[in-house]
Design a protein around this ligand. Structure first.
Ligand SMILES: Cc1ncc(COP(=O)(O)O)c(C=O)c1O
Length: 343
């Protein structure tokens, strides 16, 4: 979109560069095809049917979601193979059963033996059968069982033996790939994510447990990993837009970032500008503070997308404060684009 067209759009507005979205999508699809793995993109980044269709062009349409509300919405629009990639608990069983009964393959995950037993009972009573993954913790330490533990064998056995469940396989997400500082470190996390899962799958198979799917993936690790031998499925999501964070840690270049927020200057003083995009429009997610302590909340670009060097350095709900060299060139009513840290 030409810079002069951006003068007529209300602010704050989300701007998507369509060509970049398509390019990011094609690149990850090709990468998956080259490595002969299923791409099951995470759609929580956008929660948007049209973008999910771009992401799944040319493959089987499988997606990953982070809430059952997302699962329901995408199911209603024809996505019929969905992994709800947050551990399930019994308060969500009824909703999950309803979605499954609508004709969708809804895959669940757990890291808890009691939940396996409860889900088996409830599924039996409802006359349904879920595909259930074991969630593995490959270093993020958020949820999941560690691959070297006895639970990593016992829970898959429990699922495999359950009457009303299919053991879907093992699934992990290397969220700690966001905490590193260099490409080499991302690659190290990526190789560990892959290798720890391949090793666990081998252990399970050696004990007679079938492992249909080994599922891994975050955007940083899938952007840099070299080889996916032993992996069946990858689930990156953010790669479709990328963002300031990914470009700063090296998962992509700034030319790959597809999402910015158009904002207007609403106040000017000697030390700062204030724009009409605050925490609601940009999110309070910080950048990689370890890499750049002064990263603030976003880069300020001009309407052509060139970095002005100014940063969003403070925010309240609907106000963003912009500081840095160059503020004198702007006046109230001028427009800028913000490249936020988290798309
Ligand atoms: C379980 C799971 N899988 C996949 C993803 C996608 O990773 P990313 O956001 O790095 O693309 C996430 C994101 O949080 C996740 O939690």
């Amino acid at each position: 979109m030409a810079a002069n067209q951006l003068q007529n759009i209300k602010t704050p507005s989300l701007l998507l560069e369509h060509e970049r979205v398509r390019r990011n999508s094609k690149r990850m699809t090709k990468f998956a095809m080259r490595n002969i793995v299923r791409l099951r993109p995470h759609v929580k980044t956008h929660k948007c049917i049209e973008v999910a269709r771009i992401q799944t062009e040319g493959h089987d349409g499988a997606i990953t979601v982070s809430t059952l509300a997302e699962a329901r919405a995408f199911a209603e629009h024809g996505f019929d193979d969905i992994t709800y990639a947050v551990p399930v608990e019994h308060g969500k069983f009824d909703d999950a059963i309803e979605i499954l009964r609508s004709g969708v393959k809804l895959n669940l995950l757990t890291d808890d033996a009691d939940t396996v037993k409860k889900l088996d009972e409830v599924s039996g009573r409802a006359g349904v059968k879920f595909d259930l993954f074991l969630k593995i913790d490959c270093g993020t330490h958020r949820v999941g069982v560690e691959p070297d533990t006895k639970e990593a064998i016992e829970i898959p056995r429990l699922i495999s033996d359950a009457k009303n469940l299919n053991f879907a396989g093992i699934l992990t997400h290397a969220g700690h790939s966001y905490d590193v500082r260099t490409n080499e470190q991302i690659l190290e996390v990526a190789r560990h994510e892959r290798d720890s899962m391949v090793a666990l799958a081998e252990r399970l198979r050696s004990q007679g447990i079938e492992v249909p799917t080994v599922s891994i993936g975050s955007t940083p690790t899938m952007s840099l990993i070299d080889d996916l031998k032993g992996i069946d499925e990858i689930r990156p999501g953010n790669y479709i837009f990328f963002d300031n964070f990914q470009a700063t840690i090296g998962s992509c270049t700034f030319e790959d970032t597809a999402l910015t927020v158009l904002a207007a200057v609403i106040h000017k003083s000697a030390k700062k500008l204030v724009i009409d995009a605050g925490a609601i429009a940009l999110s309070k997610d910080r950048g990689p503070v370890g890499l750049d302590p002064d990263c603030g909340y976003g880069r300020v670009l001009d309407l052509d997308g060139t970095d002005t060097g100014m940063r969003v350095t403070a925010m309240s709900q609907e106000h963003g404060s912009v500081t840095g060299e160059g503020i004198e060139k702007f006046k109230v009513g001028d427009r800028v684009r913000i490249l936020a840290y988290h798309s």
